[in-house]
Design a protein around this ligand. Structure first.
Ligand SMILES: C[C@H](O)[C@H](O)[C@H]1CNC2=NC(N)=NC(=O)C2=N1
Length: 114
């Protein structure tokens, strides 16, 4: 089976299943720099990338935005001086889908982290 970062997001329907706890634990092992968090009852993946300055954080955010548009799956981004906080979850199902793990892995591939 291909690694997460080689996969593409599938169209996710409103009735698509969330990943199970067991599946999430297995998938998280493939993206060890990410944490699974819960925000207002919604499971999400989060990573804080350390960058040189604001310009680099913004450039990373813009590149990630291009990838999100290509894949039709979009993150929550917080751009700060020297930091970019990225969160992935699937709004349509109110939780985590395999697409979120794919996009977390593909985010790592883009990383300009210093
Ligand atoms: C119509 C459009 O494809 C959908 O609303 C997509 C857009 N991007 C998305 N991104 C994320 N993270 N979750 C979604 O459920 C989602 N849905």
């Amino acid at each position: 089976m291909s690694t997460l970062s080689e996969q593409h997001c599938a169209t996710c329907w409103a009735d698509a299943p969330r990943v199970t706890e067991q599946e999430a634990a297995e998938l998280l092992r493939q993206i060890p720099a990410w944490a699974q968090i819960e925000v207002e009852g919604v499971a999400q993946l989060r990573r804080v990338f350390k960058l040189k300055n604001f310009a680099q954080a913004l450039a990373f955010a813009n590149r990630l935005g291009e990838l999100a548009e290509e894949q039709g799956h979009h993150p929550a981004l917080l751009v700060e001086y020297g930091k970019l906080t990225v969160r992935w979850w699937t709004h349509d199902i109110g939780g985590l889908h395999i697409n979120d793990f794919i996009m977390a892995a593909r985010t790592d591939e883009l990383c300009f982290e210093v």
